[in-house]
Design a protein around this ligand. Structure first.
Ligand SMILES: [Zn+2]
Length: 187
């Protein structure tokens, strides 16, 4: 995919005001990007949390093991928009940096996941099965992720890549699920 098209996808995501609401518009747009690949067996599922607030699940490829991709569709409030030097809901590129609400957290990460999947579909090079989980309300309680988990969409994932920014963006954080038991011994 050409770089400009990649930037256009991110810009479109940023232009959608999904401040803890209205995630369905983000889901609509992502769905429209994957719709042309239905003939490659792309599965698109909408999981409504509330009216106007849809989680979206996109599954591509085939196989027993599923690699999960995850990102949230909502952003935090832009606050007082007069404090911004650019329109928060219009991606603006200045000096090689892109500005806009969600440019970091986390529409860029979401765009990266989407673009990587679209590129695999474009080349017909999907290896294995990948499931993208786009969630609502991450910034205010992570109830979209909880809903998808409860409804089984995360069942059987061999791994999960979450494109959330963190660690000062200098490294990839990794973890595993499990339990830590502590035993406190007397001195
Ligand atoms: Zn985030």
């Amino acid at each position: 995919m050409e770089k400009q098209k990649q930037i256009d996808i991110l810009a479109k995501l940023i232009s959608i005001k999904s401040v803890n609401d209205n995630e369905s518009e983000v889901a609509d747009y992502i769905e429209s990007l994957f719709a042309p690949y239905q003939d490659q067996g792309v599965q698109i599922e909408r999981v409504q949390y509330a009216p106007g607030r849809d989680n979206l699940v996109v599954t591509i490829g085939s196989g027993d093991r599923i690699l999960g991709f995850s990102g949230h569709e909502d952003v935090v409030s832009a606050g007082d928009e007069s404090d911004w030097q650019t329109d928060p809901f219009q991606a603006t590129i200045k000096d090689g940096n892109l500005y806009g609400r969600g440019a970091s957290d986390m529409k860029s990460g979401l765009a990266a996941l989407i673009i990587s999947m679209l590129e695999m579909l474009e080349d017909n090079s999907v290896s294995g099965k990948i499931r993208l989980l786009c969630t609502v309300g991450e910034e205010t309680g992570e109830y979209g992720a909880a809903q998808l988990t409860k409804e089984g969409y995360a069942d059987g994932l061999a791994g999960l890549i979450i494109a959330e920014p963190g660690n000062d963006m200098t490294e990839i954080g990794y973890t595993s699920k499990g339990v830590i038991d502590y035993i406190v011994l007397p001195q």
